[in-house]
Design a protein around this ligand. Sequence first.
Ligand code: PEP
Length: 254
Amino acid sequence: MKQKKLIVGNWKMNPQTGAVAGKIFDGIKKGIVTFKNTDVAMCPPVIFIPELSKKLSAATILGVQNVSASKEGAFTGEISIGMLAQFKVKYVILGHSERREMGETDFMISKKVESALNAKLSVILCVGEKERDEECTYLEMLRLQIENSLLNIPKGLLSKLVIAYEPVWAIGEKATGRIDPAGLLEIVIFIRKVLSGIYDQETAHSLKILYGGSVDEKNSEGFMKEGGVAGLLVGRASLNPKKFIEIVKIAENL
Ligand code: PEP
């Protein structure tokens, strides 16, 4: 079964003002207005969400980059799922390597995944190894990361779960390498095998898998055509409307 494509923009801690955030959002919104086959989610810093939610259209979706696992209470600095719901936020990125680097563990991530899915918020769960080794122990690490991040998540909650494979070594300015579509396909098969072990084959095949790591308008077609993924998680290129629209266009026409 052909899955609807999903392109997600992770704006990270950018841009620095609401005015620029509005411009980026408007630019992307204008460029994707006629697209129908691709879901497009933009995940800006949470402070821009209230203003951007007023700009939402049929072709645009808002997401965030983190959320608290708790509903309310004494959690200084945290944002709850309920607070986001009133601004029509539909997606949350969880387990991003930059948050894992700040100390988020698989256990903490699994709690957030559970809370978000229970609240009917779609989750983009990021997994990926820090580096590769010739003995392929990174595959074992990846397996554990997936299993632990999905601890206590029953099959019934999975309809709103998306897995994003993001090898840390291929992300951002500090990337030390690039994956090619054939290498990505191998990992996608591996991830489905792990999911099949936790759940079953049918569930494993129904889940959407995205790729993220230095995606741009030049390499995105290969990832989606030959890499076995149903979409992309885009960092830097998502802040450039022209590049991002081009990536969405490629997804739309596949
Ligand atoms: C990311 O950090 O999620 C990401 C994919 O970043 P970039 O596209 O900039 O490598």
